[in-house]
Design a protein around this ligand. Structure first.
Ligand code: UGY
Ligand code: MN
Length: 261
Protein backbone atom coordinates (compact mmCIF):
# COMPACT_ATOMS: atom_id res chain seq x y z
CA UNK A 1 0.00 0.00 0.00
CA UNK A 2 3.01 2.29 -0.50
CA UNK A 3 1.09 4.47 -2.92
CA UNK A 4 -1.30 5.54 -0.16
CA UNK A 5 0.03 8.25 2.12
CA UNK A 6 -1.43 7.52 5.52
CA UNK A 7 0.55 10.27 7.28
CA UNK A 8 -1.49 13.08 5.78
CA UNK A 9 -4.97 11.62 5.87
CA UNK A 10 -5.10 10.90 2.15
CA UNK A 11 -5.42 7.17 2.72
CA UNK A 12 -8.94 7.31 4.11
CA UNK A 13 -10.04 9.82 1.53
CA UNK A 14 -8.78 7.64 -1.31
CA UNK A 15 -10.51 4.56 0.03
CA UNK A 16 -13.78 6.19 1.05
CA UNK A 17 -14.49 8.64 -1.74
CA UNK A 18 -17.99 8.12 -3.14
CA UNK A 19 -17.47 10.18 -6.32
CA UNK A 20 -18.41 8.44 -9.55
CA UNK A 21 -18.26 9.74 -13.11
CA UNK A 22 -20.32 8.20 -15.88
CA UNK A 23 -20.15 10.75 -18.66
CA UNK A 24 -23.41 11.33 -20.54
CA UNK A 25 -25.19 9.46 -17.76
CA UNK A 26 -24.72 10.62 -14.17
CA UNK A 27 -21.93 12.10 -12.09
CA UNK A 28 -21.59 12.22 -8.30
CA UNK A 29 -18.96 14.54 -6.86
CA UNK A 30 -18.42 14.49 -3.14
CA UNK A 31 -16.68 17.44 -1.45
CA UNK A 32 -13.49 15.52 -0.64
CA UNK A 33 -12.43 15.19 -4.26
CA UNK A 34 -13.13 18.72 -5.45
CA UNK A 35 -10.21 20.73 -6.80
CA UNK A 36 -9.87 24.47 -7.29
CA UNK A 37 -9.96 25.86 -10.83
CA UNK A 38 -8.52 29.20 -11.88
CA UNK A 39 -11.31 30.90 -13.80
CA UNK A 40 -10.83 34.36 -15.31
CA UNK A 41 -13.07 36.91 -13.61
CA UNK A 42 -13.16 35.30 -10.17
CA UNK A 43 -10.92 37.16 -7.72
CA UNK A 44 -10.05 35.98 -4.23
CA UNK A 45 -12.36 33.01 -4.66
CA UNK A 46 -11.86 29.24 -4.53
CA UNK A 47 -13.86 28.07 -7.52
CA UNK A 48 -14.63 24.52 -8.60
CA UNK A 49 -16.33 23.63 -11.85
CA UNK A 50 -18.97 20.95 -11.26
CA UNK A 51 -21.33 20.22 -14.15
CA UNK A 52 -19.99 21.06 -17.63
CA UNK A 53 -20.30 20.06 -21.30
CA UNK A 54 -17.43 17.59 -20.76
CA UNK A 55 -19.95 15.52 -18.74
CA UNK A 56 -22.73 15.99 -21.28
CA UNK A 57 -24.35 18.95 -19.53
CA UNK A 58 -25.96 21.78 -21.49
CA UNK A 59 -24.86 24.10 -18.67
CA UNK A 60 -21.92 24.78 -16.40
CA UNK A 61 -22.17 25.14 -12.65
CA UNK A 62 -19.72 26.00 -9.92
CA UNK A 63 -19.12 25.87 -6.21
CA UNK A 64 -17.47 29.11 -5.15
CA UNK A 65 -16.01 30.08 -1.81
CA UNK A 66 -15.75 33.86 -1.97
CA UNK A 67 -13.24 34.97 0.64
CA UNK A 68 -13.32 38.46 2.17
CA UNK A 69 -13.39 40.90 -0.78
CA UNK A 70 -13.85 37.95 -3.15
CA UNK A 71 -15.73 38.92 -6.28
CA UNK A 72 -16.48 38.49 -9.93
CA UNK A 73 -16.54 42.03 -11.28
CA UNK A 74 -16.10 40.93 -14.90
CA UNK A 75 -19.63 39.49 -14.79
CA UNK A 76 -21.07 35.99 -14.99
CA UNK A 77 -23.20 35.37 -18.07
CA UNK A 78 -24.28 37.89 -20.71
CA UNK A 79 -23.73 37.48 -24.48
CA UNK A 80 -26.48 34.87 -24.65
CA UNK A 81 -25.68 33.15 -21.34
CA UNK A 82 -28.20 33.29 -18.50
CA UNK A 83 -26.90 33.01 -14.94
CA UNK A 84 -28.09 32.11 -11.47
CA UNK A 85 -26.35 32.56 -8.12
CA UNK A 86 -27.51 31.00 -4.82
CA UNK A 87 -25.97 31.72 -1.39
CA UNK A 88 -25.35 28.44 0.45
CA UNK A 89 -23.82 30.27 3.42
CA UNK A 90 -22.51 33.74 4.21
CA UNK A 91 -23.45 36.92 2.39
CA UNK A 92 -22.65 38.62 -0.93
CA UNK A 93 -23.84 41.63 -2.88
CA UNK A 94 -25.03 40.95 -6.44
CA UNK A 95 -25.76 43.29 -9.30
CA UNK A 96 -26.86 43.35 -12.93
CA UNK A 97 -28.12 46.13 -15.22
CA UNK A 98 -31.58 45.95 -13.58
CA UNK A 99 -31.03 45.37 -9.89
CA UNK A 100 -28.59 45.16 -7.03
CA UNK A 101 -29.18 43.25 -3.80
CA UNK A 102 -27.47 42.13 -0.62
CA UNK A 103 -28.02 38.38 -0.36
CA UNK A 104 -27.74 36.29 2.79
CA UNK A 105 -28.07 32.51 3.20
CA UNK A 106 -30.84 31.24 0.91
CA UNK A 107 -30.68 34.39 -1.24
CA UNK A 108 -30.44 34.17 -5.00
CA UNK A 109 -30.40 36.15 -8.24
CA UNK A 110 -31.32 35.03 -11.76
CA UNK A 111 -29.97 37.26 -14.54
CA UNK A 112 -31.18 37.04 -18.16
CA UNK A 113 -28.84 36.23 -21.00
CA UNK A 114 -28.20 39.84 -22.04
CA UNK A 115 -27.25 40.98 -18.52
CA UNK A 116 -24.00 39.82 -16.88
CA UNK A 117 -24.24 39.45 -13.10
CA UNK A 118 -21.46 40.54 -10.77
CA UNK A 119 -20.98 39.69 -7.10
CA UNK A 120 -18.79 40.90 -4.28
CA UNK A 121 -18.31 39.62 -0.75
CA UNK A 122 -18.09 42.67 1.51
CA UNK A 123 -19.00 40.76 4.69
CA UNK A 124 -15.48 40.03 5.91
CA UNK A 125 -16.36 36.30 6.22
CA UNK A 126 -16.22 33.52 3.65
CA UNK A 127 -19.37 33.05 1.57
CA UNK A 128 -20.22 29.76 -0.15
CA UNK A 129 -22.04 30.14 -3.44
CA UNK A 130 -23.64 27.91 -6.05
CA UNK A 131 -23.39 29.47 -9.54
CA UNK A 132 -25.07 28.18 -12.70
CA UNK A 133 -24.86 29.39 -16.29
CA UNK A 134 -26.40 28.14 -19.50
CA UNK A 135 -26.90 29.34 -23.07
CA UNK A 136 -30.43 30.74 -23.17
CA UNK A 137 -32.85 29.31 -25.72
CA UNK A 138 -35.01 32.23 -26.92
CA UNK A 139 -38.74 31.86 -27.63
CA UNK A 140 -40.41 34.40 -29.90
CA UNK A 141 -42.74 36.72 -28.03
CA UNK A 142 -41.36 35.83 -24.61
CA UNK A 143 -38.40 36.83 -22.50
CA UNK A 144 -36.95 36.07 -19.08
CA UNK A 145 -36.40 38.80 -16.51
CA UNK A 146 -34.22 39.39 -13.46
CA UNK A 147 -35.38 37.61 -10.31
CA UNK A 148 -34.06 38.30 -6.80
CA UNK A 149 -35.36 36.38 -3.81
CA UNK A 150 -34.64 34.24 -0.80
CA UNK A 151 -35.63 30.57 -0.65
CA UNK A 152 -36.46 30.99 3.04
CA UNK A 153 -39.31 33.34 2.05
CA UNK A 154 -40.91 30.78 -0.29
CA UNK A 155 -43.36 28.27 1.18
CA UNK A 156 -43.01 24.57 0.39
CA UNK A 157 -45.85 22.89 -1.54
CA UNK A 158 -46.79 19.23 -1.28
CA UNK A 159 -44.85 17.34 -3.93
CA UNK A 160 -47.03 15.40 -6.36
CA UNK A 161 -49.73 14.74 -3.78
CA UNK A 162 -47.40 13.74 -0.94
CA UNK A 163 -47.16 15.63 2.34
CA UNK A 164 -43.87 14.07 3.51
CA UNK A 165 -42.12 15.23 0.33
CA UNK A 166 -42.37 18.90 -0.61
CA UNK A 167 -40.94 21.27 -3.18
CA UNK A 168 -40.58 24.95 -3.96
CA UNK A 169 -39.80 26.84 -7.16
CA UNK A 170 -37.29 29.68 -7.08
CA UNK A 171 -38.09 31.05 -10.56
CA UNK A 172 -41.50 31.82 -12.16
CA UNK A 173 -40.98 29.39 -15.08
CA UNK A 174 -44.29 27.68 -14.28
CA UNK A 175 -46.19 30.82 -15.33
CA UNK A 176 -43.75 32.44 -17.74
CA UNK A 177 -42.56 30.73 -20.94
CA UNK A 178 -39.77 33.30 -21.16
CA UNK A 179 -37.81 31.15 -18.67
CA UNK A 180 -36.09 28.09 -20.16
CA UNK A 181 -34.85 26.80 -16.79
CA UNK A 182 -36.15 26.61 -13.27
CA UNK A 183 -34.42 26.12 -9.94
CA UNK A 184 -36.25 24.07 -7.32
CA UNK A 185 -35.89 22.74 -3.80
CA UNK A 186 -36.98 19.21 -2.93
CA UNK A 187 -37.35 18.15 0.70
CA UNK A 188 -37.96 14.60 1.95
CA UNK A 189 -38.76 13.69 5.53
CA UNK A 190 -36.75 10.67 6.76
CA UNK A 191 -38.33 7.67 5.02
CA UNK A 192 -40.17 9.78 2.42
CA UNK A 193 -39.43 9.10 -1.24
CA UNK A 194 -40.24 10.01 -4.82
CA UNK A 195 -43.55 8.45 -5.86
CA UNK A 196 -41.93 6.69 -8.84
CA UNK A 197 -38.59 6.30 -10.60
CA UNK A 198 -38.46 9.32 -12.93
CA UNK A 199 -37.28 9.20 -16.55
CA UNK A 200 -37.40 12.53 -18.39
CA UNK A 201 -35.67 14.49 -21.09
CA UNK A 202 -34.60 17.32 -18.78
CA UNK A 203 -31.11 17.35 -17.30
CA UNK A 204 -30.50 18.10 -13.63
CA UNK A 205 -27.75 19.56 -11.55
CA UNK A 206 -28.26 19.00 -7.82
CA UNK A 207 -26.50 20.33 -4.77
CA UNK A 208 -27.42 18.69 -1.49
CA UNK A 209 -28.06 21.26 1.21
CA UNK A 210 -29.13 19.13 4.18
CA UNK A 211 -29.53 15.59 5.47
CA UNK A 212 -28.83 12.15 4.08
CA UNK A 213 -30.56 9.82 1.69
CA UNK A 214 -30.24 6.93 -0.72
CA UNK A 215 -30.40 7.91 -4.37
CA UNK A 216 -31.12 5.61 -7.29
CA UNK A 217 -29.21 6.84 -10.35
CA UNK A 218 -29.59 4.65 -13.42
CA UNK A 219 -30.14 1.61 -11.18
CA UNK A 220 -27.20 2.31 -8.83
CA UNK A 221 -28.16 3.07 -5.22
CA UNK A 222 -25.86 5.81 -3.91
CA UNK A 223 -25.66 7.22 -0.38
CA UNK A 224 -25.75 11.00 -0.91
CA UNK A 225 -25.66 13.73 1.69
CA UNK A 226 -25.27 17.45 2.33
CA UNK A 227 -22.32 18.83 0.36
CA UNK A 228 -22.60 16.31 -2.49
CA UNK A 229 -23.19 17.30 -6.11
CA UNK A 230 -24.93 15.34 -8.86
CA UNK A 231 -25.28 15.85 -12.61
CA UNK A 232 -27.95 13.80 -14.38
CA UNK A 233 -28.19 13.61 -18.14
CA UNK A 234 -31.50 13.23 -20.02
CA UNK A 235 -33.53 10.14 -19.19
CA UNK A 236 -31.34 8.92 -16.33
CA UNK A 237 -33.72 6.88 -14.12
CA UNK A 238 -33.81 8.70 -10.77
CA UNK A 239 -35.46 8.58 -7.38
CA UNK A 240 -34.51 8.72 -3.71
CA UNK A 241 -35.61 8.40 -0.11
CA UNK A 242 -34.47 10.31 2.96
CA UNK A 243 -32.73 8.55 5.86
CA UNK A 244 -31.52 9.62 9.30
CA UNK A 245 -33.10 12.20 11.57
CA UNK A 246 -33.37 15.40 9.54
CA UNK A 247 -35.09 16.39 6.33
CA UNK A 248 -33.17 15.64 3.14
CA UNK A 249 -33.02 18.80 1.00
CA UNK A 250 -31.43 19.66 -2.32
CA UNK A 251 -31.50 22.54 -4.77
CA UNK A 252 -31.68 21.48 -8.41
CA UNK A 253 -31.91 22.91 -11.90
CA UNK A 254 -34.32 21.69 -14.56
CA UNK A 255 -34.61 22.97 -18.13
CA UNK A 256 -38.20 23.64 -19.20
CA UNK A 257 -40.66 25.35 -21.56
CA UNK A 258 -38.86 24.45 -24.81
CA UNK A 259 -39.34 21.83 -27.54
CA UNK A 260 -36.61 19.36 -28.44
CA UNK A 261 -33.67 21.25 -29.97
O1 UGY B 1 -38.49 17.77 -10.89
C1 UGY B 1 -37.84 16.76 -10.99
O2 UGY B 1 -37.60 16.24 -12.08
C2 UGY B 1 -37.29 16.11 -9.74
N1 UGY B 1 -38.35 15.49 -9.02
N2 UGY B 1 -36.23 15.19 -10.00
C3 UGY B 1 -35.50 14.65 -9.01
O3 UGY B 1 -35.70 15.01 -7.83
N3 UGY B 1 -34.53 13.79 -9.34
MN1 MN C 1 -36.12 14.70 -12.15
Amino acid sequence: MGYLNNQTGYRESLLDNRSIVKKNNYVVLEPDGLVKNVIPGYENCDTTILGCPEMGATFADYLVTAHADGKNAAGIGGDGIESFLYVISGAVSVKNADESADLTEGGYMYSPADKPMTFENKSGEDAKLYVYRRRYIPLEGHSAHTVVGNANDIAYMDYEGMTNAQSKDLLPAGEDLGFDINMHFLKFEPGASHGYLETHIQQHSMYFLQGKGMYNLDGDWMPLQAGDYVFMDSFVPQGCYGVGTEDYIYIYSKDCNRDVQ
